[in-house]
Design a protein around this ligand. Structure first.
Ligand code: AMP
Ligand code: ZN
Length: 113
């Protein structure tokens, strides 16, 4: 498996872990775009939102539970934050292992596209 996020999850590539359980891994983005920039990923390899089905979607709900918990722990729950998942070329997806950016810690741009 050549997927960089699968290698991060397995520990083959180092990361700054912020959370881990049986199905989800979260770590700091290597090129932060906000004071708080964490990536939350399923441990199962799902390439993008395009590959989410009724068979694998339970982990997405769990990721949002983890996001809510991390937002509190990282101090952005009250000030506000954004969760983004880029899918495909036009969205600028660069890593094809489903991931959710949790961004906050400053006012974020409101133009979404
Ligand atoms: P996207 O452009 O939505 O596919 O997001 C991929 C994100 O992964 C980017 O924000 C990168 O900075 C981040 N990234 C790539 N490699 C690493 C790494 N080794 N550790 C942490 N974050 C990474
Ligand atoms: Zn992967």
């Amino acid at each position: 498996m050549s997927c960089i996020f699968c290698k991060i999850i397995s520990g083959e590539i180092p990361s700054k872990k912020v959370y881990e359980d049986e199905s989800v891994y979260a770590f700091y983005d290597i090129q932060p775009m906000a004071p708080v920039h964490v990536l939350i990923v399923p441990k199962t390899h799902i390439a993008s939102v395009n590959e989410v089905t009724s068979e694998n979607s339970a982990v997405i709900a769990h990721i949002y539970e983890v996001a809510a918990q991390l937002a509190k722990e990282l101090g952005v729950a009250e000030s506000g934050y954004r969760i983004v998942s880029n899918c495909g070329a036009n969205a600028g997806q660069t890593v094809f292992h489903l991931h959710f950016h949790l961004l906050g810690g400053q006012p974020l741009k409101t133009d979404m596209c």
